[in-house]
Design a binder for this molecule. Structure first.
Ligand code: PLP
Length: 496
């Protein structure tokens, strides 16, 4: 068995990709990582005319070496097909003097679909006959629905989603509440996304609970802490690069920049993986909303989450603990797991840590970081629409603002801005920005925006208003463990 993965907090752990996907994260609280990524270089020249699916085959085989070629091929066929509304899967669109990589053409209209259409395909091939797995997901809005759509009705699995009560958009909430399927559980919690995420982590580390569940029932995660969700995202960085070549915008080998709207640091970390594997990237521009813990880190080397949590117009990025940043610390400290372990213990105990000067320098070599306020989000959406005729969602607008800040010092490197959601998913903010109107009713706002811009509404969003509400739980955040136990029983009872 290929035991290629280790833990960010303990290099003595060796585990296969399959086991890592099944577990979600390591018993020591760390995240699974592939050491020495630069040994996985791909041959760009031979891939430049590949389809999305062909590129995915190469990348996934490299990073998931214990899956067979046939398993990966079959998974890709099931994940990336006409459940996306474009055959390019992630089309690259030229706007003004930059390029937008549209990641929102999947079944729930957010970029999470790219990872979460694939993760269930991988999970399916990891489970033995008697295994049952409960997928636990903390969501700031988009992961929840994308994970539900991915795992809905998948044999041997059930999924429980926790989202912050009053912390997601109306459309996001309805998307989740109307989910069908015989294995889907959804509840709001009284708390914010960080509360949901840290409680889910506690549930994972609850050994008494694990014992109670027995050997055949396990817990796993659909968040980007799971490598099965993170690794499929590496693919579109390569695919975007090949699209730029096909569009005669760059020559093979030329360096590009990527700007990535960032919350949990999963998306942009996938880009870093691509760079380690040989993609010619100059800088990754990391863009946060007013929850700007990362921007301050880039200035000072101090990661400090002891500041008020803000609800912003880009709610899927309302996050103060960027989980995947731990993986970056691992790579940027020369894979020093003792060092990472020490920093993470400090974060847990005091809410902050400071990295050494060399580690900070290593991070700055690949990344630039900035943030945008709600006001800047709205003016950006309006300005880009008026000037370039391109309609952006609020998260993409955060990216645009920080991209322009960065370009003051690097105007010439070709730039790809990742667009992470359909503007219709956050229709309240977008209509306010473009039409100057505060609609009470998001369904009306959607229709008005469509009338004004002529941009088609994705089918899954157009129909969400008419579906029956099937889930309406709201629980205290102290009750999450109990809730999971109940739902495990409800879903797997007959198989115990
Ligand atoms: C999840 C999400 C992000 C942030 O991605 P991370 O991988 O958490 O950094 C940005 N935009 C949208 C629309 C999202 O759903």
């Amino acid at each position: 068995m290929n035991k290629n993965y280790t833990s960010t907090r303990n290099e003595k752990i060796n585990i296969s990709a399959k086991e890592a996907i099944k577990k979600g994260f390591a018993d020591d609280g760390g995240l699974f990582v592939y050491p020495e990524l630069s040994k996985l270089k791909v041959d760009l020249a031979s891939m430049q005319n590949f389809t999305y699916q062909q590129t995915a085959q190469i990348i996934l085989e490299k990073l998931l070496p214990d899956f067979s070629t046939a398993e990966i091929k079959d998974g890709i066929t099931n994940a990336y097909n006409d459940s996306f509304d474009t055959k390019e899967i992630t089309p690259l669109v030229k706007v003004d003097d930059f390029h937008v990589l549209e990641l929102f053409h999947g079944p729930t209209s957010a970029f999470k679909d790219i990872g979460l259409q694939m993760l269930p395909q991988l999970m399916k091939r990891v489970l033995k006959k008697d295994n049952r797995v409960m997928i636990l997901t903390a969501t700031s809005g988009d992961t929840g629905k994308a994970a539900l759509e991915g795992f809905k009705n998948l044999d041997q699995t059930a999924i429980t989603v926790f989202y912050p009560h009053n912390g997601v958009s109306k459309v996001q909430q309805l998307q989740m509440e109307t989910t069908s399927g015989n294995n889907t559980e959804i509840t709001a919690i009284k708390g914010n996304f960080d509360d949901a995420q840290s409680n889910v982590k506690k549930i994972f580390n609850n050994q008494a609970l694990r014992q109670k569940l027995g050997t055949n029932i396990s817990l796993s995660s659909a968040n980007s802490i799971n490598i099965g969700r993170l690794i499929p995202q590496v693919v579109y960085y390569f695919d975007a690069y090949f699209q730029l070549i096909k569009q005669n915008q760059i020559k093979l080998g030329q360096k590009v920049n990527f700007t990535v709207p960032t919350g949990n640091f999963g998306d942009v970390l996938a880009g870093f993986y691509a760079k380690q594997m040989g993609l010619p990237v100059n800088k990754f521009v990391v863009a946060s909303n007013a929850n700007n813990v990362l921007t301050k880190f880039f200035k000072t080397g101090i990661y400090n989450r002891n500041i008020p949590f803000l609800q912003t117009d880009a709610p899927s990025m309302d996050i103060q603990i960027s989980s995947n940043f731990e993986r970056l610390l691992y790579y940027k400290s020369h894979e020093d797991t003792n060092y990472v372990q020490k920093l993470m213990a400090e974060l847990e105990q005091t809410g902050s840590y400071q990295v050494s000067e060399p580690v900070l320098r290593n991070i700055r070599a690949d990344f630039y970081c900035g943030f945008a306020t709600d006001q800047e989000i709205e003016s950006t959406i309006n300005n880009v629409y008026q000037q370039a005729g391109y309609l952006m969602d609020p998260h993409t607008a955060v990216g645009y603002k920080v991209m322009r800040d960065y370009q003051a010092n690097d105007p010439d490197t070709p730039m790809i801005l990742l667009s992470t959601a359909s503007p219709y998913k956050f229709v309240h903010v977008v209509t306010k920005a473009v039409l100057g109107e505060n609609f009470e009713n998001d369904q009306v706002a959607m229709q008005q925006l469509q009338k004004f811009t002529r941009l088609p509404i994705p089918q899954n969003l157009a129909q969400v208003w008419d579906l029956p509400i099937l889930h309406q739980d709201v629980i205290d955040q102290t009750k999450m463990t109990e809730y999971v136990l109940q739902k495990v029983e409800a879903n797997f009872n007959d198989k115990n």
